[in-house]
Design a protein around this ligand. Sequence first.
Ligand SMILES: Cc1cc2nc3c(=O)[nH]c(=O)nc-3n(C[C@H](O)[C@H](O)[C@H](O)COP(=O)(O)OP(=O)(O)OC[C@H]3O[C@@H](n4cnc5c(N)ncnc54)[C@H](O)[C@@H]3O)c2cc1C
Length: 455
Amino acid sequence: MSRPLRVAVIGAGPAGIYASDILMKSGQEVSIDLFERMPAPFGLIRYGVAPDHPRIKGIVNSLHRVLDREELRLLGNVNIGKDVTVDELREFYDAIIFSTGATLDRDLDIPGIDLDGSYGAADFVGFYDGNPNFKRTWDLSATSTAVIGVGNVGLDVARILAKTADELHVTEIPDNVYETLKENKATEIHVFGRRGPAQAKFTPLELKELDHSPTIEVIVDPEDIDYDEASIEARHASKSVDLVCQTLEGYAMREPKGAPHKLYIHFFESPVEIIGENGRVTAFKTERMELDGSGGVKGTGKFTEWPVQSVYRAVGYKSDEMPEVPFDPAKNVIRNDGGHVITHEGEIVPGLYTTGWIKRGPVGLIGNTKSDAKETTDMLLADYADGKLTPAASPEPDAVTAFLDSRNIPFTTWDGWYQLDAAEKALGEAEGRERKKIVEWDEMVKHSRKNIADS
Ligand SMILES: Cc1cc2nc3c(=O)[nH]c(=O)nc-3n(C[C@H](O)[C@H](O)[C@H](O)COP(=O)(O)OP(=O)(O)OC[C@H]3O[C@@H](n4cnc5c(N)ncnc54)[C@H](O)[C@@H]3O)c2cc1C
């Protein structure tokens, strides 16, 4: 082909942006359209990473350098599979990479999960991170709360519940979130893990940072610090596991600092039931577990009912299926062989690729999506070099935007992001903050398409 390789990347989260970056730096002449269903890019960096983690949110600044390149065009506010089908997209591109990530909660099948006051962590994250697809208010009347899950999302939820609204006001949280958090009555937050400290999925820094807030007292029962042979091996094998264990041991041994909000981290307590009265959560029941020698646990038959008025399950995220693309519901991923999309029978689907959480499942940090993207783009470039891609029928960049216009899809662009960004920064500056997030979908589109409206 005497023209650049035309690639559509679906999903402008870290995985899609890193995949685009690697393709642009590969030496192959490329022209990429990065589709995003939200009006703004950045995926879970904008709508997952907690607002009091400005260092991580700041990764957006390094991603700007990628999106500033002219070989890459952002087409936001376009939901692939709904506004435009995958089959329709194929007319415009030689290859398509799906990097659609995850936004929903995985299910937890225990009695009482549907009671009022029982929530999925992803819903709460969507609320406090100002995602317009989620609720705009939240019932924070519970004084005692349970959080199920000893991973970073569980810590995020527990920390946001344990901090005061004023501590969070310095961040980018929108007004509705601040006003709602001011009504937060939580003084005791109990985080529960089925297994032991060496099996916790926290990252060391997140766990350490918990204690930096003057309002939060992190408490670990010394009885919960227990290791079997497999746990000791896990500590030897991984510096990160060892650091997590050391931090937890520190929390278990130290003198209380007297902070008003108690954040308990419990190990060896397996969820059994959420108990309710009149349809509302009144307690959370767990079974005490013990290590079985191989890093697993077995039940002891000893049950505890913890009096709490709300329960958040942070047991993992779940991806949406992409219509027309083979999906593995058990693994929660697009079927793939490490990069190519494959059929249910294991055959490669020519021209379709996948990367990020939708390829690997919803685990791992932003940085992990980089190596993952490289694996996928290597396969794509090798297929191109081997003549395995069907050339697009309408590869001209204007053809696809004309198609979107013909569908009346008010797509947003990279220039549009700069305008939304400026509007959010201006709102923040007026209050002495770096940014205040704009939540409403229409408002985001309005700011993002200001250049189009003005022209
Ligand atoms: C609550 C939470 C907190 C986290 N905190 C941290 C942290 O502090 N540090 C860290 O390193 N990692 C953190 N992570 C992990 C990090 O967010 C992920 O590793 C990373 O975002 C995965 O990247 P991704 O691009 O695969 O998916 P995503 O970030 O989910 O991006 C996918 C993008 O695809 C878009 N999309 C989906 N469907 C369509 C469609 N049909 N059409 C068009 N676009 C579509 C989505 O809108 C989204 O923008 C956190 C994750 C969560 C859930």
